[in-house]
Design a protein around this ligand. Sequence first.
Ligand code: 5AD
Ligand code: SF4
Length: 476
Amino acid sequence: MSDYKLPDFIRARKRGASYQAPIIRDALKLNDVQKSLGRDLFYHVITYGCQANVRDGEVISGILEAMQYTHTELLQEADIIILNTCAIRENAEKRVLGEIGFLQNYKRLKPSLVLGVCGCMAQEEVVVQKILKSYPVVDLIFGTHNLFELPQMIEKILVNNQKAVSVYSYQGSIFEDMPSVRSLPHKASVMIMDGCDKFCTYCIVPYTRGQQRSRLAEDVIKEVVQRKQQGYKEVTLLGQNVNAYGKDLENNGDFGYLLRKVAETGIERIRFTTSHPWDFTEEMVSAIADYDNIMPYVHLPLQSGNDEVLRRMGRRYTSRQYRELFDSLKNRIPDVAISTDIIVGFPGETEEQFLDTLAMVEYCKYDNAYSFVFSPRPGTPAAKMEDNESEEVKKQRLYRLNERLDFYSKANNEKWVGKTVKVLVDGPSKNNPEIYSGYSPQQKLVNFKLKAAEVGDIIDVRITEARKNSLNGEQV
Ligand code: 5AD
Ligand code: SF4
């Protein structure tokens, strides 16, 4: 057919026990053509999914700007549109395919438009085959491992008039010093690791993002110090499983060590996500408790409250172990807020097993939660498990679960009424330019009428009203 490099799930699954990822420090090399290929042209990147994808989107924008492309908000003005995709559940994928269908119209109006698909969906064999077959308007496909190849791929399209398809299914490398366009002036994401080796049986991430690979602590700290010097107030340390940080490195230190080192940079606020309970040590709990600039908020995915379901999910903890960790966080970190992820309708989940999940929600009384109906991902073990429950029953479980989750979100928010909290100001709220919003240390969205503050200020707000997903207050 061509020189396409296509994804391969069997290779993506392979892991070496002692894999230490190569660190590539100057991956982005632009030749003279590529350096000005985007001159007088506009780009638009549409990102779906998690914060790691958002961070990749910033790097993609950085690469395009290094090629002299200019950002545009207007799709009709764009000369290249890149869909940076998510594969976590089927409906995430459906949305992207719908969007490609919609963007075909722009391509008809402007045949020179380059349409690209990247991110986790591009790492899936079946998806790439489908795009090649059914969406010939897509000129460019690249995966999560090879952002640095974007300039040569665009050159191939614009200069040689060929489609460019290049996806690698391997463990992956670590790329330092990539250019990036930060989406916010006061809050920055800092990737501390990529990939995941947990292989929870429902999850596609270990296949699409590769083997766990941590950045060196010194590189992470250097980046945080830079951000602080540039005026950023908050960093979020990102990874699919941040608590496993460093396990793939020698003489580097683990996540507890990294948290302490990052806290000692003195940056005002530190957040981190996502935590896997299995890798969460007491020492990490201590690190969070010991530093005022590590925010008292932990996202601790539960997935299920039933031990048998947890076992079949490959989660490696029991409901009792989860509760012990939960108690430890609550007891040792004052006013800590805890949120979670829950899947209902995992193959074979019975009504009784679902009730265990509800019981866990009654115990943990989460501040916030993301709940999902199980979505079979082709190529994962859970997709092949016997599943006799109807979608209707699963939807009802989700509904019953959400009713309790909403109850506790609101109840937790009500505890803040009458208190004064520190809010990092994000700017005017989406719906009303006179109302500003920002987040409290516990990651509560706070809306308030502006007296005097600018984006990036940390101000006191007295909470006057609690809603399910936010708090209202007055600046003091
Ligand atoms: N179906 C439903 N939910 C899923 N998640 C991950 N994979 C699936 C799947 N196949 C959820 C988990 C995870 C969150 C990011 O998405 O709850 O924590
Ligand atoms: Fe997926 Fe489990 Fe890894 Fe999270 S820890 S990314 S749910 S495999």
